[in-house]
Design a protein around this ligand. Structure first.
Ligand SMILES: O=C(O)CCC(=O)C(=O)O
Length: 322
């Protein structure tokens, strides 16, 4: 038994069952926010879902006009690719400026733009959309910095993986990502696939720890098999995300996800991914960690300018006043 204080009107926080400790941490955080009842209810629901399942969906969060501005930027870069230095990654090209690539390989090679947000103000405004920044800020109870972005025109068909192994934020636990549908996604176009609750599986050993880096001896296939086996053993089910244009899927650093098979190769699957962390650990742009970055703020979120290509920054200004 313990002595009861005269003013004690709550359970003693230090004596809670462990499961209630987590619940109270969320309740305390939500209660402390200066927001109205509806927002409070939404935030509570999202934080509990994040804790249990490792993802949340923000339906129709991104305005169609902002998405259309990004789609127009993509069209412009592809139509005039010789004038643009944005990087692409595909089965054919490994992080090369699009100006050096052959347009016949823009489709059918799982191509994606890497960090198109440097050129495109629309992309930056999507990455740091107020609804996304607001939620990620709650997750980390901290400022939010975007790290890198990927723009897909077709299904990636990527193996099941967890991002902490690839995206280095300085603290792998302070990492999350958003996936924005730039169009309505057809189930035959290779939608995003994910495993709710998989963010606490035993971690994969690449031969030298939890990150894929030089000296890692394990393969991506083994990584996928490890995740798949542990999901099956835990009874976790794989789902697909077939969103409407403007829907956002936010996932935890360790949520297992990938790209499902493309069943109809004539279909596009336009989507936009951003990774986030906090500025205390992700302090420099990953392309040149020796230079102090120029920092831009959008909706309170931070983005570091590309120190290696300043002329490309904010070239495509369609969404500047949006
Ligand atoms: O969009 C996809 O198909 C997969 C994206 C993904 O896995 C990632 O960006 O980490």
């Amino acid at each position: 038994m313990f002595a009861r204080g005269p003013q004690q009107l709550d359970f003693r926080r230090k004596r809670l069952p462990w499961v209630d400790e987590l619940r109270y941490a969320i309740e305390d955080h939500v209660r402390a926010q200066p927001i109205d009842v509806a927002e409070r209810a939404r935030l509570r629901q999202r934080l509990f879902q994040w804790m249990g399942l490792g993802y949340v969906v923000l339906e129709r969060a991104i305005e169609p006009a902002l998405i259309d501005a990004l789609l127009a930027d993509i069209d412009e870069v592809m139509a005039n690719h010789r004038d643009h230095s944005s990087l692409i990654l595909s089965d054919k090209y490994d992080h090369v400026p699009i100006r050096t690539a052959d347009p016949q390989f823009f489709f059918g090679q799982r191509m994606r733009f890497v960090d198109l947000h440097h050129a495109s103000v629309a992309a930056k405004r999507i990455s740091l959309h107020a609804q996304i920044v607001d939620f990620v800020r709650h997750l980390f109870a901290n400022d939010v910095v975007m790290m890198q972005s990927l723009t897909f025109l077709e299904g990636s068909q990527q193996l099941l993986h967890q991002d902490h192994a690839y995206v280095f934020s300085g603290n792998p636990a302070h990492l999350c990502a958003s996936w924005v549908a730039l169009e309505d996604i057809d189930p035959r176009a290779g939608p995003l696939t994910y495993v709710p609750g998989s963010h606490a599986l035993p971690m994969f050993d690449w031969g030298n720890g939890i990150f894929r880096q030089s000296g890692s001896t394990a393969t991506e296939q083994q990584f996928a098999e490890h995740i798949d086996r542990h999901c099956r053993e835990a009874g976790l089910e794989r789902l697909t995300f077939c969103p409407k244009k403007g829907d956002v899927f936010l996932w935890h650093a360790a949520l297992a996800h990938g790209g499902s098979p493309v069943l109809d190769r004539s279909l596009t699957r336009k989507s936009y991914v951003t990774h986030y962390s906090v500025p205390q650990t992700y302090t420099r742009h990953y392309r040149d960690k020796t230079r102090k970055p120029v920092v831009e703020r959008i909706n309170g979120g931070l983005v570091y300018h590309d120190p290696t290509d300043p002329k490309n920054e904010n070239r495509l200004r369609r969404a500047e006043n949006g």
